[in-house]
Design a protein around this ligand. Structure first.
Ligand SMILES: *[C@@H]1O[C@H](CO)[C@@H](O)[C@H](O)[C@H]1NC(C)=O
Ligand SMILES: *[C@@H]1O[C@H](CO)[C@@H](O)[C@H](O)[C@H]1NC(C)=O
Length: 352
């Protein structure tokens, strides 16, 4: 049985990535930052079966930048790097850059010391590819593929910080993903690492938040995907519809499948994994139609008018490479939304 190292095992995508490998007869080494996170992961409802079967071992690595992954890397055939900050509350460029860029580069170097490692894959983001600084409503007809890169440089991040630009965190997040990706490929080449390297580029990730076991922490302290979906899907029918900052979405299970498939099929390079376009009115409309029994919980907005993306159009993100080379099939938005709502119900975060 082969072993995969998954960093950020307690994260929204980390748990799904683990399930994708566990279901294919792999063992999982996972890293988390604290003992508290370790206890939480080992008690997750979604992982219980595998913890009981002793197929998961959890290691504590307190920080990404200075972290020592030696123990967690012992005997692993593949590394799936999921740990990277995704929030918009940072104050400086460095706060985004260091964990994303230095964390990834450091892990690649450590993995290169371990002869059993055959593959290194990591979660990047559509943010590293498309121009998220330019409003989507002005990008009708633009089609992004894996050969595109976010058209800014580090200089711009520094300037944004000096100007105290309120869009700083969004720009820094996107740039940290771009530079992390470019540095990852450059490092892999420079040190002559023997493994194959690939990156998965999702857009806004939706789907069940399997890394929660109780409703504690939802929505206030939850991560972006969980918080966003909580507000969009079950926060109450009078809640205003959120403004849509990015219009591409990905089902977390397709992200996880892609992470598994690049490893299983030994594929290198970038792969967009994107299931479609959305805005929050569309999410609400789809949810109300699919789950009428929860109409008191699902924000209503204005279901009778065209939605923002229907009005202006938006960019398109090509999923063709992942479909062709990884066998990824798009998941309908309705399924993603229904499964997310049902998981919130399971967590006791929605009372019918
Ligand atoms: C779930 O994952 C997110 C990040 O993806 C993290 O912020 C959050 O703390 C996790 N929840 C638990 C219970 O560990
Ligand atoms: C994986 O692909 C690379 C080329 O990208 C090749 O050098 C390597 O031998 C392949 N590994 C396996 C296990 O097939």
């Amino acid at each position: 049985m082969q072993t995969v190292l998954i960093t950020g095992l307690s994260g929204f995508a980390g748990v799904h990535a683990a399930l994708a490998f566990l279901g294919e007869e792999w063992k999982v080494h996972g890293t988390v930052r604290t003992q508290e996170k370790k206890d939480k992961v080992l008690n997750l409802l979604s992982l219980k079966e595998w913890v009981d079967k002793k197929r998961i071992e959890v290691f504590i690595v307190p920080e990404l930048v200075g972290g020592d992954f030696t123990q967690a890397l012992q005997g692993v055939s593949a590394v799936v790097h999921c740990a990277s900050p995704w929030h918009l509350t940072g104050k400086t460029w460095k706060e985004y850059r260091d964990p994303a860029v230095d964390g990834t580069v450091r892990l690649i170097k450590q993995a290169a010391e371990v002869p059993t490692v055959k593959h290194f894959t990591f979660i990047s983001s559509f943010a590293a590819e498309g121009d998220a600084v330019k409003p989507w409503s002005e990008q009708k007809g633009v089609k992004y593929t894996e050969s595109d890169w976010l058209p800014y440089d580090e200089q711009f991040c520094v300037q944004v910080e000096k100007e105290k630009n309120p869009n700083g965190p969004g720009i820094w997040y996107a740039m940290s993903k771009k530079i992390a990706e470019q540095e990852a490929y450059a490092t892999h080449k420079a040190i002559g690492a023997k493994f194959t390297i690939s990156s998965i580029l999702p857009a806004m990730i939706f789907g069940p938040s399997l890394n929660y076991s109780s409703n504690k922490g939802i929505p206030e302290q939850a991560d972006m995907s969980t918080k966003t979906q909580y507000h969009a899907l079950v926060s109450g029918h009078r809640q205003p519809i959120q403004e849509t900052a990015f219009t591409g979405w990905s089902d977390v299970r397709n992200v996880a499948t892609a992470l598994y498939e690049v490893v299983a099929r030994n594929k290198s390079g970038r792969f967009n994994v994107v299931d479609g376009s959305y805005d929050f009115q569309i999410l609400a409309n789809v949810a109300r139609k699919a789950k009428p029994e929860y109409e008191n919980y699902i924000p209503r907005g204005d279901p009778s008018s065209p939605t923002p993306t229907e009005l202006c159009g938006t960019y398109e993100i090509s999923n063709a490479k992942a479909e062709k080379e990884l066998g990824i099939k798009k998941i309908p938005l309705e399924k993603t939304v229904v499964d997310a709502i049902e998981w919130f119900v399971t967590l006791g975060a929605v009372h019918k």
